[in-house]
Design a protein around this ligand. Structure first.
Ligand SMILES: [Zn+2]
Length: 218
């Protein structure tokens, strides 16, 4: 028979291990050995969309979660994925982007122009004052903003880019998904018009953006 004393010992040992996880390198992985890349949008509930609990309850924690505008590849997303996959035992990456994304709602060239009108010198910016070595080539600012033409295409290319990145080990399983904000439903990224037709806003043209974004994938 297991006594309560045994159970409480096991529980406190397990909690100690949880609290000290990062000391154990790959052995101290999160519960699902998972890294999530998701858009920062408040209408994308990561736990509900994926059926996981990212950072709760205490003593649990299914994933490391990285959120940025769009849930796209950026140098900091790659930095975080590199750390968790190479040193903290992560074996799977899940990307979540979504319909109605703000990153579809304007053209990046217009956003850059608006910043210039506010007096920002977008040609000579130190993006990260703690890392002045990180620089954009002239004319790269609008591309850096990372606005999208099409969320499904962006999701598919995000999967491909992360899968092929030299800092991400080949054994890591990578998948990407679209959260339909309108239906609270997850689906795979697709170009199938019938599936995409369930919700209206998956392309920037649906938001009235007439020009293509500065291409980020070439
Ligand atoms: Zn978004």
């Amino acid at each position: 028979m297991t006594t309560l004393k045994d159970q409480l010992n096991a529980r406190t040992d397990s909690y100690d291990h949880w609290a000290l996880r990062r000391r154990y390198g790959p052995e101290g992985h999160n519960d699902r050995s998972l890294w999530v890349l998701a858009c920062m949008d408040e209408r994308l509930p990561v736990d509900e969309a994926l059926g996981i609990r990212v950072d709760s309850p205490a003593g649990g924690g299914d994933a490391h979660c990285f959120r940025n505008a769009g849930g796209i590849v950026t140098d900091d997303a790659i930095r975080s994925a590199m750390l968790t996959c190479n040193f903290f035992g992560t074996k799977e990456i899940v990307i979540v982007q979504h319909t109605q994304c703000g990153m579809l709602s304007a053209n990046a060239n217009d956003l850059e122009r608006m910043l210039k009108e506010k007096g920002v010198d977008t040609e000579n910016l130190t993006l990260d004052p703690t890392l002045p070595e990180l620089k954009l080539d002239k004319g790269g600012f609008a591309k850096w903003i990372g606005m999208m033409d099409d969320v499904d295409v962006t999701c598919m290319r995000t999967i491909e880019t992360i899968r092929n990145h030299p800092l991400i080990p080949k054994h890591v399983v990578v998948s990407g998904w679209i959260w339909e904000v309108e239906n609270r439903r997850l689906r795979a990224p697709t170009l199938d018009a019938k599936v995409r037709g369930r919700v209206p806003d998956v392309r920037s043209t649906d938001f009235g953006v007439s020009q293509n974004q500065p291409p980020r994938w070439v």
